[in-house]
Design a protein around this ligand. Structure first.
Ligand SMILES: NC(=O)c1ccc[n+]([C@@H]2O[C@H](COP(=O)([O-])OP(=O)(O)OC[C@H]3O[C@@H](n4cnc5c(N)ncnc54)[C@H](O)[C@@H]3O)[C@@H](O)[C@H]2O)c1
Length: 380
């Protein structure tokens, strides 16, 4: 007699491999990842909510022609986790999230696509609040706003905060004064020489603050137009041909305000400045253990963590959630002074890099304030 063997049941992953978000622990990964498809408009997007322990997950929408969905997913997971740390350390009642729209914004962006995206953001009920990032602008957020209130970074006529570079630059300047106090015992930057690499929106505004504070300023930029704009406003500013010349100049402070990866090994070895404090995102070319943070520490260079000192922009736009008030937002950015001091003091006490100390302090705040809370709309 032949017996028919039953087909083996499909194997499913053991439940233990699915990590349930609980009290914050980076190893728990993300709370929620949403894939969005809208065939009519061609929208393909991924929204990642890393943590809502401190409040709704806020982070921008990056519109970028990723080579694959996997590349887009890797980016949104990395960026959303970064926002959790940034928002926590900035003292905001916000968690971390981010979104990516896959495509070429110069060719594929349309009102229909952005509004379809807005409806997906709306469907999350406020657990995620979006904003501008690479490839998205204030006018795009105004369109998203037609479908959802869970969007900041809108234009002034739509209740927005305007250009976030204003408080980003002020935040970098504030953090630089905290560094000065930590290193030289005085918040004053008078007589200090500060090198600014990249004088675009943030760098130019930073130069204004520095000159007003009595510092000498040296700048460089690959764009002649950007340099000319600074020089015509401030003829006293010195210009060097490139970043290599800037880092080798006799600086007290180096302020990278251009692209990511500004601090690699050759730069750190050649750098003359005692302090690094600038707006550029992801300055550390290698932030693994024993990487750039430790090299900076070994050379006695005080590094002000990028995601802390450039958080003035997110503080500015997130203020829209309460009805934008510039003075309130500026007051919050002033608190970056104490936050920077706390990071530098913790680093010194423990003999670790400020980059590590910043991560620890962000995690401590999330654990202490967020506990196991997960943000649900309508419940604070
Ligand atoms: N704008 C904000 O509110 C904000 C907020 C947080 C972080 N940031 C970060 O700060 C940095 C500057 O932002 P932004 O808004 O001023 O950008 P921006 O594009 O207005 O200015 C960047 C400037 O850097 C210059 N540049 C590019 N490559 C260079 C190089 N190799 N050497 C010298 N100069 C170079 C560009 O020509 C440009 O003038 C970026 O890393 C950005 O992600 C900005």
């Amino acid at each position: 007699m032949t017996t028919l063997s039953r087909p083996e049941a499909p194997r499913t992953a053991p439940l233990a491999s699915f990590r349930v978000p609980g009290p914050f622990d980076p190893a728990h990964g993300h709370e929620q990842v949403t894939f969005c498809n809208d065939a009519a408009s061609g929208l393909r997007a991924i929204i990642a909510i890393h943590s809502t322990a401190l409040g709704p997950a806020l982070g921008g929408t990056r519109y970028y022609p990723y080579g694959s969905e996997d590349a887009a997913l890797a980016d949104v997971l990395r960026l959303s986790k970064g926002m959790t740390y940034k928002n926590a350390l900035a003292g905001l009642d916000l968690g971390g999230g981010k979104a990516v729209i896959i495509g070429d914004p110069t060719r594929e962006k349309s009102e229909a696509l952005l509004r379809a995206y807005g409806r997906f953001v709306e469907s999350l009920g406020g657990r995620y609040v979006t904003a501008c990032d690479v490839g998205t602008y204030v006018a795009d957020m105004d369109l998203v706003h037609r479908e959802t209130n869970f969007v900041v970074g809108r234009s002034r006529p739509h209740g927005g905060a305007g250009d976030p570079s204003v408080l980003t630059a002020f935040g970098v300047f504030t953090a630089m004064r905290a560094c000065a106090e930590h290193v030289w015992g005085s918040v004053s930057l008078r007589g200090r020489t500060v090198g600014v690499a990249g004088v675009g929106k943030v760098g130019h505004l930073l130069v204004n603050h520095l000159l007003e504070a009595g510092a000498s300023v040296v700048v460089t930029d690959v764009s002649d137009r950007a340099v000319d704009a600074v020089r015509s406003a401030h003829p006293e500013v010195a210009v060097v041909p490139d970043t290599d010349a800037l880092i080798r100049a006799a600086l007290d402070v180096y302020a990278p305000c251009a692209l990511g990866g500004a601090l690699d090994t050759p730069t750190v070895e050649a750098l003359q400045a005692r302090v690094v404090c600038g707006s550029a995102n992801n300055q550390l070319a290698d932030d693994g253990e024993g990487g750039i943070p430790e090299r900076l520490l070994a050379r006695g260079i005080t590094y002000a963590p990028d995601y802390l000192v450039n958080s003035g922009g997110v503080i500015q736009v997130s203020d829209e959630l309460e009805g934008f008030d510039f003075e309130r937002a500026k007051h919050r950015v002033e608190k970056l002074f104490d936050a920077t001091k706390a990071v530098l003091e913790r680093a010194e006490e423990q003999g670790i890099s400020p980059a590590r100390a910043a991560d620890h302090l962000a995690e401590e705040r999330i654990t202490a304030i967020g506990a196991s809370r997960m943000y649900l709309p309508g419940r604070r």
